[in-house]
Design a protein around this ligand. Structure first.
Ligand SMILES: C[S@@+](CC[C@H](N)C(=O)[O-])C[C@H]1O[C@@H](n2cnc3c(N)ncnc32)[C@H](O)[C@@H]1O
Length: 539
């Protein structure tokens, strides 16, 4: 067993250290301990420090059996994710509310849960060297407690004694005294080395991909896929380290004030800063945005800047009808609208311009979310259809001047916002989504009026979901021409983005600070025929 601190029970030392009482997170305690330093995103990490850990001399049986509520919240999130396949970003706010956490404890629970989930593969590799049996033979609840303990001990500014004692207390409270002793022993072993030392040991002899996967806590296939994605979009493969690092940084909260309807005033009063990439946007460090009246009434929304940019670009491209510039009374279509982020922004823009938005979504509950998102926009400007985007009524075909098709995708471009998703996704998901993505793009093109614009959007940079789908459509269809998507993005951005490659556009977390959104734009040609490998519409 590498790096263990000796026999079970481990190293003791330094009596008189505080044992870390309730809520003793060790945050904001004046500086970094034991070789911690900031990485580029400002996160504190234990790398390279070799000072011995100081733990309480109390035996585990004498310690608290009561879990502090922020660690309990983080534990409940990890259990919901690993046991029920839940989404952390949906479970966390509910658990925070249930346990009445204040702002500071909520921030601690968030960093703990998200950090443990993002780093799961890395922590499991470390824990595997500290436990005397395969990890899958542990009680899954114990394994979740160990992941939380490892993240506190190896990557957070929590004094080691507080991290250990509080995690053992959590184990005793949620799984019992016996597992509490196991957790105590395993975490003492894990804390015998700094994170940097563990990573050096785990990556010794590994190839470049494997080493990056371990160091940055991504599955190897995703490291390969993202490297391939960089190259496919004209960026150097050497950017992979920066991209993986950006996936692990806690993203700032991006806000949008619905144009013509909302205002950034309250956000700015609450400390948010003006967004530098797109108008009507702001960045917030988080907190309970639900208490802002503008968020509650839906006129100020949380939305990634990349999503704002692609929606605005689709709304801004000039459309022509029979060669003549189109004006008011445009009909817009959001073919895959749930949960309604882009639909809300597009609805507000449509309202400003005297256009009408139809938002389509097949999943009933997501269609309801779209209606809710569009609530602040006057009802004459939009409606929601619940149905498959591939089966629009014949009378709707060829009638929309703007269509956005934000297809279901692997989400590889939004890993930083969905901490658990990297461990859930498989390469097969990407292959399985291909046919649906192509069919939805075809449906979007069919729905566009001659001269109309179609925006194909993914929150994945994977070439199979982006450029391959676009090239395929251009090969199969004679009724579209590709427009310059990067130029369209630059038209709506507050500074040049440099996102283009061969007429498509790709945004990146490590370059633009956005999710990795992809945009391709097409103009529908006047009716000359449909897909070349299908009977033409006229026949
Ligand atoms: C990437 S999400 C769209 C995000 C949305 N545009 C937003 O900004 O909030 C893809 C959506 O496509 C929907 N979808 C799945 N299959 C579909 C289909 N056959 N037709 C239309 N939409 C579909 C999913 O339910 C999901 O809500």
């Amino acid at each position: 067993m590498a790096g263990g601190s000796g026999p079970v029970g481990g190293r003791r030392g330094n009596s008189g250290q505080r044992d870390g009482g309730q809520g003793d997170h060790g945050q904001g305690r004046g500086g970094r301990e034991h070789g911690q330093r900031r990485n580029e995103q400002g996160r504190e990490r234990n790398r390279g420090g070799s000072a011995p850990r100081r733990f309480s001399q109390q035996a585990p049986s004498q310690r608290s059996r009561t879990a502090d509520s922020s660690r309990l919240v983080a534990f409940e999130v990890l259990r919901a994710v690993s046991r029920d396949d839940a989404y952390a970003n949906l479970v966390l706010p509910a658990r925070i509310r249930h346990h009445h956490l204040d702002r500071r404890d909520a921030a601690f629970a968030t960093e703990l849960a998200y950090g443990a989930l993002r780093g799961q593969g890395m922590y499991d590799a470390i824990l595997a060297r500290c436990v005397d049996r395969p990890l899958d033979r542990l009680d899954p609840a114990v394994l979740d407690v160990l992941r939380l303990g490892a993240h506190q001990l190896l990557a957070m500014r929590v004094p080691p004694h507080a991290a250990l004692n509080q995690t053992v207390a959590l184990a005793r409270a949620v799984v019992g005294a016996g597992p509490g002793s196991l957790v105590n022993a395993v975490l003492r072993r894990a804390s015998g080395q700094s994170l940097g030392e563990w990573l050096d040991g785990l990556t010794a002899g590994a190839d470049e991909t494997e080493a990056a996967a371990i160091r940055h806590a991504h599955p190897s296939w995703i490291v390969r896929a993202l490297r391939q994605s960089l190259v496919a979009h004209g960026r150097p493969s050497a950017e992979i380290e920066a991209l993986l690092e950006a996936d692990n940084a806690a993203p700032v909260v991006n806000l949008v004030a619905l144009p013509g309807i909302g205002s950034l005033e309250e956000a700015l009063e609450e400390g948010a800063t003006l967004g530098e990439l797109v108008e009507d946007s702001a960045l917030s460090s988080g907190g309970d945005l639900g208490r802002w009246s503008s968020v509650r009434n839906g006129t100020l929304r949380v939305q990634d800047v990349g999503s704002q940019l692609v929606a605005r670009a689709v709304a801004a491209v000039p459309v022509t009808q029979q060669g003549v510039a189109a004006s008011a009374n445009e009909r817009w279509l959001d073919l895959c609208a749930g949960p309604g982020g882009k639909a809300a922004l597009l609805g507000a823009l449509a309202e400003e311009r005297g256009a009408f938005l139809l938002a389509n979504e097949p999943a009933e509950h997501r269609a309801d979310l779209v209606r809710q998102a569009l609530r602040p926009v006057p009802g004459e400007a939009w409606s929601v259809r619940t149905g498959d985007g591939r089966t629009l009524a014949p009378e709707l075909q060829g009638t929309f001047s703007r269509v956005i098709v934000d297809v279901p995708c692997s989400g590889l471009g939004a890993l930083r916002r969905r901490p658990e998703s990297r461990w859930r996704r498989t390469p097969e998901d990407i292959a399985e989504l291909g046919p649906l993505q192509r069919e939805l793009l075809d449906a979007a093109i069919d729905a566009a009026a001659p001269g109309g614009v179609v925006g194909y959007v993914t929150c994945s940079p994977h070439p199979a979901e982006t450029v391959a789908v676009v090239e395929d459509a251009l090969r199969r269809r004679t009724d579209i021409e590709e427009l310059d998507a990067a130029e369209a993005l630059d038209t709506v951005a507050l500074r040049p983005l440099g996102a283009g490659h061969e007429r498509t556009a790709q945004l990146w977390p490590h370059v633009h600070g956005t999710d990795a959104m992809f945009l391709a734009l097409f103009r529908k040609r006047p009716a000359l025929g449909g897909p070349t490998d299908a009977p033409s519409k006229e026949s």
